[in-house]
Ligand binder design. Structure first.
Ligand code: ADP
Length: 644
């Protein structure tokens, strides 16, 4: 392939513009990103070489070398990792492959990304960070196993890049930064040393640099020879300590080191919310360093996001996304597991079957859940902040991790009729503050607190002073299928089945009244149910309304409005389950209808009234009405009539 000039994908150029102009005030991190990439590339070839030793080409003196040239003004970062072929360079450096990233860039375009730099941190600008300090970047690379055909890529970050084949003896990748005038300080030895120490000390491979010192000439005995002058001596020095951070004792790792390592594994820009560092001995021996992030990643609910933890076996890198180590509902957790028991040549198939892995999985989950319980206990405010970011995912565990149901139910928080917006109650607190006489835990599901607060279903609960939980995440519908009771108190949906909050006596009293009303208005009721035959299953008088005229109720086991909405949003066919229309016999509308009915049982307005009642019930629960045009016309007609 001869030298060709290509345009960056639009999103890449947008990203580059952000990087170049505004992104990070801390320019030092470009070096961290490049060293991190090199370290990953060495991890990869070491792993591939387990099954194909020829890839090593006798070159396994692993290192990342930094070379400065003050005359040329260049800084080189060279590794003997896996390298890339032309297709990979184009894919990795010229485009943004992850589909979520594209959407994310789009959203950044309209938002003030430049004023909110941490937003972008979460997606790791990686290689592109070089353009913060360089006005031209050259990348030369040769992939392991591909003879001597290498690839050369170059760009000034201004919309296009060139790419060509080149011959290259060395395996791996070499990146040359042509530093901008104002960033020549990155050629100073002390500067490089301090950045490596700060950000890349834990990198497993030596980060080296040739250091030249001027020394007096010495004799064979090691003594200075007077008057013989000085000579320059160059030595390759290692700048980092290379200690895998997770094998070090906790007491010896500083907060800063933990944070830097977190940024390395997560590509996050923020510090983690919590760091969990532990080791296990006994039937399975492993070390784990896990992080709970403080902000949810933009792609948490996208299918193609990278999942899992990094897996090492006795400090040898095996996989950077081992999904078997952690359940999906904890997919936001980042970190490393290093096992002492697994074989080095462990394959995907083995990982899926392996009993060791299952044990590690179990203890990782246990540790995360107990850490969360501890935070909740000790620092509720912090826990609430965390819950707002990740609660929605953790709740998936209620459905998928039945074994941990007991622990998970203690971690859940909900808004309720008794909390301010954005404040929460736990199930435990809810039960503790249940007034005497309340037997069940009540909840209502829907798309938002604002809609739910308007729901007529809540009227009788408000009157009684009973708290009702607002379940507004789609996943909540699944949560309540698993969580049918808590502390021996059944969970009940306020819009489902028969609800009775009264003492036996009151109940009898009310039931009697209802029956009487039902009898008195039986003709009217059957007229309404006839009219709404295709829409509702039954029309009856209600126990749950005090102010509103009507509401729709699901059967004890039927599908409620929220579930229907969610299923439709997921493009699922929704079974045509009719619900029950409950009417408030004390409401003025019912009285008005009764009086019309008395005068003329065949009055055509009664049918219109019935339709309006049904549509009202849909609107108040946040559902959409089938025929808004007709609804509007009916209301307008009534308004006009009222004036006449
Ligand atoms: P990230 O590291 O977050 O994936 P980068 O933009 O830094 O993002 O790199 C994109 C991809 O390019 C990497 O995932 C890797 O596949 C490849 N890459 C980058 N640097 C190197 C390197 N030194 N050696 C081999 N591959 C590399």
């Amino acid at each position: 392939m001869s030298k060709t000039t290509k345009q960056f994908q639009t999103e890449v150029q947008q990203l580059l513009d952000l990087v170049i102009h505004s992104l990070y005030s801390n320019k030092d991190i470009f070096l961290r990103e490049l060293i991190s990439n090199s370290s990953d590339a060495i991890d990869k070839i070491r792993f591939e070489a387990h099954s194909n030793e020829a890839l090593l080409e006798g070159n396994s003196d692993w290192k990342v070398k930094i070379i400065t040239d003050k005359t040329a003004g260049t800084l080189v970062i060279r590794d003997n990792g896996i390298g890339m072929n032309i297709a990979e360079v184009e894919e990795n450096i010229g485009t943004i492959a992850r589909s979520g990233t594209k959407a994310f860039m789009q959203s950044l375009k309209d938002k003030a990304a430049s004023t909110n730099p941490e937003m972008i941190g979460q997606f790791g600008v990686g290689f592109y960070a070089s353009f913060m300090v360089a006005d031209r970047v050259t990348l030369e690379t040769r992939k392991a196993g591909s003879a001597d055909s290498g690839c050369r890529w170059e760009s000034a970050g201004d919309g296009s890049y060139t790419i060509e084949e080149c011959s290259r003896e060395l395996r791996g990748t070499e990146i040359t930064l042509h530093l901008k005038e104002e960033f020549k300080e990155y050629l100073d030895e002390w500067k490089i040393r301090s950045i490596v120490k700060k950000y890349s000390d834990y990198i497993q491979y030596p980060v080296v640099m040739d250091i030249t010192r001027t020394e007096p000439v010495k004799g064979v005995d090691g003594e200075e020879i007077e008057g013989a002058g000085t000579i320059d001596k160059t030595e390759e020095q290692t700048l980092n300590s290379m200690k895998a951070i997770w094998v070090r004792p906790k007491s010896e790792v500083t907060e800063e080191e933990y944070t830097e390592f977190y940024k390395h594994v997560s590509h996050d820009y923020d510090a983690p919310f919590r760091t969990i560092h532990f080791s296990a001995e006994g039937t399975s021996e492993f070390k784990a360093l896990l992080y709970l992030p403080s902000k949810k990643p933009f792609d948490m609910f996208m299918n193609d996001r990278k999942k899992g933890l990094q897996l090492y076996v006795r400090r040898v890198f095996i996989s950077d996304k081992c999904e078997e180590l952690i359940p999906d509902y904890l997919r936001f957790v980042k970190g490393v597991v290093d096992s002492s028991d697994l074989p080095l040549n462990v394959s995907r198939e083995i990982l899926q079957e392996d009993a060791q892995i299952r044990r590690i999985h179990k203890s990782v989950v246990g540790k995360i859940l107990s850490t969360l319980a501890e935070v909740k206990e000790q620092n509720l405010d912090q826990y609430v902040t965390f819950w707002k970011e990740f609660g929605q995912v953790i709740k998936e565990g209620m459905h998928f991790d039945y074994a941990n149901k007991e622990k998970l139910q203690e971690l859940m928080l909900f808004e309720s009729t008794a909390t301010a917006a954005g404040a929460f109650v736990s199930l435990k607190e809810y039960v503790e503050r249940m007034p005497e006489g309340q037997k069940d835990i009540y909840y209502i599901t829907g798309s938002s607190r604002e809609t739910l607060e308007q729901s007529p279903h809540l009227e009788v609960f408000r009157a009684k002073g009973y708290e009702v939980l607002f379940l507004t995440d789609p996943v909540d519908e699944w949560v309540v299928q698993t969580l049918t009771e808590y502390a021996e108190k059944p969970l009940k949906a306020v819009d489902r089945g028969d609800i009775s909050l009264d003492s036996e006596e009151e109940q009898k009293e009310k039931e009697k009244k209802r029956e009487e009303a039902q009898k008195e208005f039986s003709d009217l009721i059957s007229l309404i149910s006839d009219r709404l035959r295709d829409k509702v299953k039954e029309v009856r008088f209600s126990n749950r309304l005090t102010d509103s005229a009507c509401c729709l109720v699901a059967d004890q086991y039927g599908m409620n409005a929220n579930m229907e909405r969610i299923m439709k949003a997921m493009n699922q066919t929704v079974p045509d389950a009719k619900r029950i229309l409950e009417l408030n016999p004390d409401h003025a509308i019912l009285k008005a209808m009764a009086s019309i009915h008395q005068k003329d049982a065949a009055a055509s307005s009664l049918a219109d009234y019935a339709d309006l009642l049904y549509d009202q019930a849909l609107l108040t629960e946040g559902s959409t009405i089938k025929d808004p045009l007709r609804f509007t016309k009916l209301v307008s007609d009534l308004m006009v009539k009222a004036v006449q």
